[in-house]
Every structure is written in C-alpha cells, then in structure tokens.
Design a protein around this ligand. Structure first.
Ligand SMILES: [Zn+2]
Length: 450
C-alpha cells in the first residue's frame, strides 16, 4: 500500500463548478474539434485541479452563418449561469466561443456581472483579470477575422476600463490621463520627446543627447538624473507615435493570475495603429526604428548609415560594413571603416573606404539639392535616395525622384582603389587566418564566420 498523504484535511474546500463550452465543427477540422476530443481535453484539465469540478459540457454544432440565438447549447449554458449553477467557464479559444467582438464582449460582460469568469485556453485570457486586457485581447483575436480597424474598439476599451475603475493608469512621460481619456499630450514633456527623436534621427548618439539634457537641467522622466535606458526606451516606445501593442504580457497560469512578458512569439502580439494621440511623426518614428536596427552592433560593426543600400560591382552581393580599426594605408588612418563584399557568400574583391564613399555621396547631394552636409546620415538618404551603386572610381546614385547622378570618387593608388584595397585587405585576412596575426581581429568582416 502506498503511503498516501492527505492534503487539506481540515479546510473545507469549496470546489469551483466549471462548465466547458465548445463548438463542434462539421467541416474538415471535425476530427480535431470533435466533441469527444474536446470533452477528453477538458476532463484531463479539470482532473489536475482538485478545486474544480466539471458540471457540464455544452457543445454546439458549428454551422456557418449561425447567429448567437441559434446556438442552443450556448443559450442553455447562459441560462445555467443565470440560475447560479456555474462558477467558471472554460473554452477552447476566443473565436470558438462567440462569432464576433460584440457577441463576445456582451456575453463576457454579462457573465462578469454574474461573477463568472471565462477562461480562453488558446489565448490564455482569463476574464477575471483586468477588463482592459480582456477587451483588448478579445478584440485583437477577432481583428484578423473581422478584417477591420480595431483602433475604434481600442478607444472604446480604454473608456470601458475607466468605467470599470479597476485599471491603474500607467504614467508615461509626455502624456497625462484624465478620468475620461488616456494619453493626452503634456506639451512641455512632449517637446523633449520630439527633440530626442529628431536628434537621434539626425545622427546623434543617445549618450550625447542624454548628456545634453543633463547639462541643460531638463527634468528626467523619472528619478533625479537622466539614464541612458530612459532615452533608449523612449526611442522605441510605440505609444509616442500613437500606437499600442497588445498582449505585451499575458496570464501564464489562470489560477495564480501570474502575468508574464510575451516573449519569443509565445502568443501573437497585435500592433494597433493610431490608438491614441501621437507625439512623434510616424515618418520620424519609423526612421528611428530603422536606425536602431542598423546601429545594432554585429561582429563589432554597425551598418549605419547605408544599411543594405550598397551592392558589389563585381558580383552584386550586398556590401557589409567593417570598422577596420587601426588600419593605415600609406600612413593615413582609415576613418569610419569601409564597406566590402565580405558577407557569407560575397566575392571578397571589393572594399570601399567609407570616408571616400561619403565624400562622393555628399557631393552628389549638394549638387542636386544645393544644401551642404557635413556627414552622411540615414534620414536624408532614406528621404532622397533609391539606391547607391559604387564602382571602381565613381558612384552611381539613383534618386527617389527618378533622376540619376554619377559622381567621381577620389580614388587612386594613393587613395584606395576599391579592388586594389580588397587585395591589400585579403592579404591581411590571410595573415590573421594563418595565426600570424593575433585573433583580436576576429570581428572583422570576412572573419566573422571563422
Ligand atoms: Zn562581390
């Protein structure tokens, strides 16, 4: 006889009376959603929770075009709920519970008033949680199927969460909330947000922007002193462009109501555009996101400002950026590194020094627009340039307006002819590969995979 431990011997347990609702398909996924399978699944689940008791399974046949009224079992379940026979409802997914947003929200709300939460298994939504999350998540689930903008619904949801009085208003620099409305613009803070975005997009480093804020005595979003993280978070916060990302967190375990971050695509996230007031222009915001992506350092290099704009004139592959730290050529130190055909399948026969490329691109821009530029920055490339094709001694720039400029590059034997320079660089790579040079150069392009 096994040694059986008695748990909760004294405390009287009031078991939750659980109803399961499912829709049984008659079409090709009939097998997957057969009544028998669904019942088994629900029973298996309940058995793990001794505090729960399955009091009924309600199943409707899924015919397209059926309205709420025609769903006999669904109505019977609601009647049982109203009669006080049910404490909790389990269901497979939002889309299998009711047919659309309005039906779902209406039912969930009525059940909520009766004190009966609904748990949607697939989406891990427990309606016992804060109303806003439920409303947003439910609408998000239907958004795809109903193929219409859900931003109106989101606004409705935000109003509802105030009515429910449950939601903690999350403060966010640049915005304030009132009893009736969320995300109203706090103009003095919004000015700072806009400035941070503008400067970042114009090529300034977050660290420099932050130092300037401190120097000027600008009040930080929180705490006594600006932190680098505050700038970084600001630059990627979609709330500043008026958007909302739904399901950033979800309830992992509906019994403990534990909220966890929705990482690694565990559940879909939904990006709602224009959900509320915007502080930053969408064009600026999107450029900021692309700059952040380009500045992300890989193998010691970032791909700012050209990104994937440059192609090898020999083989057509995308040129990648290398910092070329401590490289000298005829006694001249290489500035800003270079762009070479050294991606995984590149030919390795082209390497252009960035400062020389920059000179040519700036010269072309100045000639076309009559505006002088100190440095090449992504924002003006993005606004004006369709593509850049560097060659041996010139650069062809195709502008967004359809025109083309061909500019001479200042290259010569003394100034790094691209093909000759790649020979020089390849010799160097060989010496690193053979161990003649120390492997501190391993992040260099062409060696990253070694
Ligand atoms: Zn190539």
């Amino acid at each position: 006889m096994a040694n059986v431990k008695r748990i909760e011997a004294v405390r009287e347990v009031t078991r939750k009376r659980v109803a399961a609702y499912c829709r049984v398909s008659t079409d090709k996924d009939a097998q997957l959603y057969s009544l028998e399978n669904q019942m088994k699944a629900f029973q298996a689940k309940i058995i793990l929770h001794p505090e729960m008791e399955l009091v009924g399974i309600y199943a409707d046949e899924d015919k397209s075009g059926t309205s709420m009224k025609g769903r006999v079992e669904f109505q019977r379940m609601l009647d049982d709920c109203r009669a006080g026979k049910v404490d909790y409802i389990l269901t497979k997914s939002v889309s299998r519970f009711a047919r659309n947003t309005v039906d779902t929200l209406t039912t969930v709300r009525e059940l909520g008033e009766l004190g009966i939460p609904v748990y949607f298994e697939k989406e891990k939504i427990d309606t016992a949680n804060s109303l806003s999350e439920i409303v947003l998540a439910i609408m998000a689930c239907f958004a795809q199927e109903e193929s219409r903008s859900i931003s109106e619904n989101v606004k409705w949801g935000i109003r509802k969460r105030f009515e429910a009085g449950k939601e903690v208003k999350v403060p966010l620099y640049g915005f304030y909330h009132t009893e009736d409305e969320l995300y109203l613009i706090q103009e003095d803070e919004a000015e700072i947000v806009r400035e941070v975005f503008e400067r970042y997009v114009h090529g300034e480093a977050p660290q420099d922007i932050m130092n300037d804020m401190i120097r000027r005595g600008v009040k930080p979003p929180a705490g006594d002193c600006w932190k680098r993280l505050q700038i970084d978070r600001m630059l990627k916060n979609e709330k500043y462009v008026g958007d909302s990302i739904l399901q950033k967190t979800y309830v992992k375990d509906h019994l403990s109501h534990r909220q966890v971050r929705n990482r690694d695509g565990k559940l879909p996230k939904f990006h709602v555009e224009d959900a509320h007031n915007a502080i930053v222009d969408r064009h600026v915001f999107e450029q900021a996101q692309r700059i952040t992506e380009m500045r992300r350092v890989q193998f010691g290099n970032s791909s700012y400002p050209y990104g994937e704009m440059l192609r090898c004139p020999h083989c057509g592959k995308t040129l990648i950026h290398g910092s070329l730290n401590n490289f000298y050529y005829n006694g001249e130190k290489i500035q800003n590194g270079g762009w070479g055909c050294y991606s995984g399948d590149g030919c390795g026969n082209y390497l252009i020094i960035q400062s020389i490329l920059d000179e040519a691109v700036i010269a072309a821009y100045e000639e076309k627009y009559g505006v002088s530029k100190e440095t090449v920055e992504f924002y003006w490339l993005d606004d004006t340039v369709e593509s850049i094709e560097p060659g041996e001694d010139n650069v062809t720039i195709r502008w967004r307006d359809g025109e083309t400029s061909v500019v001479e590059m200042e290259v010569s034997e003394e100034r790094y002819n691209p093909t000759r320079y790649s020979d020089f660089y390849n010799d160097f790579l060989d010496r690193v590969r053979s161990g003649e040079k120390k492997n501190k150069y391993k992040h260099l392009m062409g060696l990253a995979a070694v």
